[in-house]
Write a protein that binds this ligand. Sequence first.
Ligand code: ADP
Length: 943
Amino acid sequence: MSATEPPSTTEPPWPLNELARINKLKGYCVLDTPPDPEFDRLTQLATRHFGMPTVLVSLVDETRQWFKARYGFEAPDVPRRLAFCAYAILTDEVMVVHDATRDERFVENDLVTGPPYIRFYAGAPLKTPEGLLLGTFCVIDSLPHFEFSDEARRDLEEFARIVVHELEMRAARRAADDARRAEAEARAAAEQAEARYRAVVETAVDAMIVIDEQGVMHAFNAAAERMFGYTAAEAVGQCIALLMPQADAARHREYIDRYLNTGERRVIGIGREVEGRHRDGWTFPVELSIAEWWMGGRRHFTGILRDVSRRKAAERALREGHALFEGVLESTTDPIFVKDLAGRYVSVNSAAAQVFGRAREEVVGCMDAELFPAAAAARIERTDRHILATGRSETIEEVVPVAGRDDPRAFSTAKTPLRDSDGRIVGLVGVARDITDRKRAEEALRASEERFRALVENAPQLMWVNRANGVAEFFNLAWRTYTGQETAEGTRWDAVHPDDRERIQELRERALAAGEPYEYELRLRRADRAYRWHIGRVSPLRQQGRIVAWVGTAMDVDDIHRARELAEEANRSKSRFLASASHDLRQPMQSILLFAEALRPHVADTAGCTALDHLQQGLDALKGLLDGLLDVSRLDAGIVQPQFEEIAVREIIEPLAAAYTPIAQAKGLAWRVAPCDAVVRSDRVLLGRMVRNLIENAIRYTQRGTVALDCTAEGGRLLIEVRDTGIGIPPDQLGRIFEEFYQVGNPERDRAQGLGLGLAIVRRLSTLLGHPVRAQSRPGGGSVFTVEVPLVAGARDRAVPSPPVPDAAGPMPDGGRFAVAVDDDVIVLLALRTMLQEWGYEVLTAASTDEAMARLRAAGRKPDVILADYRLREGRVGTEAVVRIREIYGADVPGVIVTGEIGPEPQTDAARHGLGLLHKPVTPRLLRAALARYRQEALPSAR
Ligand code: ADP
């Protein structure tokens, strides 16, 4: 039998509560379960009890009847349409079919017509406590039974009840098992959930607090402990107000009350910001989210709190940063703007908005095309695109119209690509500066510079302009025409004489470094290649104290230069003439002087003596003139080398005071010398000479009154003043009296009135010593000549008595001495011999050294003194004679060089050999004094 067979004509009907029945049946979970001994035992028992071969515990589902237990039946189930039980479950009663072949419901049933050939059937419905009939407990036989007692029926019902009871029991057991399992599972799940919850809650960064409706805390996680400084143990059981500032706590209480009364949820939700209060009292901003839930019929709240101090601080910093940025933007008068990649203005400051005559927010979102004329906008957009493409900053000059201005303005705009945090270009930032005024100023400057250049270019003088660092920038037309040269820096020196270049370059470098104007003389080459002297002047051109250029001019002074050179040359030749003339005069003069003196003892009568006196006076004047000329030429030739030393002024003025006393007395003048203890730095001899010349003039040009010598200290200098009450000097002559031979009011050149060289010498000595000389005078009122001499600071003269001056004129023990005289001038030699013999010397004369040596050898006697001319014949010199004589007779032989030469050589040579030096013409008196001195000096040091 199978479900695929064609249905029989009669189908058992479905009970009315079929759906509930099927559900109940399935609820037992018994269908298709393996056989159970409990049910099998029942069927066995029933077989025996009822004496039937087949007993079934049959359950009817939608399509079949399935046997939970069967005895005497092969198939595990039978299609419902063949099932007798399908009829049996239609009523509560036991259904009995005595002979199926006679029951029209079953007469064609396959189980009746075929095996197992059912004839008898009795089935008690399996009735659940709810009254649903699920199947039957039935007995079957292949033989008809016409007898089935009520007792049998009741027994069969009893079996059915046992089965249902068993099914119920099993269902209850299963339900209990299920419940237990479910409970265990629920518990495990709850435990897991709890663990998960704990893990989450305890490791949560956010504080989590559970409170009930009254605000009492029930849970307090680790983060909450950290945040508020309370332990969970301290917090749990306390009111949530513990964690709030006072004011908030009161407000919170109100919220809770209102919520409890009205259900208005003002505290529930997320992201509210409140203040938290730490156990230590300080408060902090907290973000609070609250969830509501129920437990045990009571409402609870979970609060999740996050400390947002740091975020708040960051927000504040951001806000402040923004404010700062705004401040910077607004504090500058330079327009600043930001554009996006599309060229839209994203942000502008007020200065930028002003350019467009709009408000800031009106500019934002605009493109250049909406703000500038088309051409300008296109230009700007082009440069912007270029900057965005290259990613490089650029500064661009743009001339654009500006709102409220008639003429367009020039802007210098620095544009920089704007990048996001990933370095991607997202726009550009521009900072513009209005440079219109600067450009105009530059323009004005350029114009003024052009005018200046035109002026320089067309000036008739040679002119040029150098840059601040001295590099040549520009030479004017006059220069270019004059030199015939173009003007590149490399060739600027070509026009300058090679001998002048170095000097001028040095001068120029010094002046450049000092920033001072400079001036020089130089030779410039004219276009015709002739070098001509020029005076060049270069001055710095300053702007606001800074040197911006050097302006040079040059003037042709060649003619003046030439004239000056000629004058100087004339002066030089005059000096040369004077020098040679005086030299040539000196030799004869020397012999005349000596002869005149030698003559004196031999003139006895009065007329002869008078004539001799006149001769002597003339000779003195002549000697004075020659000495003056000698001095001037020696000074001009630079032969005289001053020997600077510290000198007590007294040492100079006292001898002068003494020397001029008789002279002044003779003239009936008062002669007054003020004492002075100052110490000065000067050359003893040359300073004495200066002062002496001035005293001589003062006495000479004063007829009545006083001549005085005063010394006054004044600011580090000593003023030596020679005053007189004489004739004075007219103002127009004051400047000329220092010239050679210049005399006021002596056109006939009366020699008794002086020679006109005294002040010329004073002037030269003044220059040589660096002692300025001043003359003040009033005609008829006297004169004052002042010499300024540097004082030695703090030094005071110790007033050592001056050594006695040997009296040269006194008697000298010269008798029996032996003198050697060497001179190539026969007359001078003769005069010397005569003079020396007059003084009692034995004299050996020679015209040359060799001759002197030969004669000395013949004489075989050591000389007591040697007098030698310096320049001898054949290029020999007098010092040689002394040296050679000394070689034979010892180094202690004193020697004196007597020379007419003005050069420095005789002086240095004589000094080298320790010899005295006299300049011709020397008077007999001086010569005798010198002989005495040098002989005496030679004595102590027996060299
Ligand atoms: P001199 O030999 O003529 O004195 P100086 O060179 O010493 O030559 O002086 C030049 C001239 O200056 C003198 O001739 C004289 O006219 C004038 N002079 C110099 N000193 C005085 C003075 N103290 N008082 C008046 N005139 C003076």
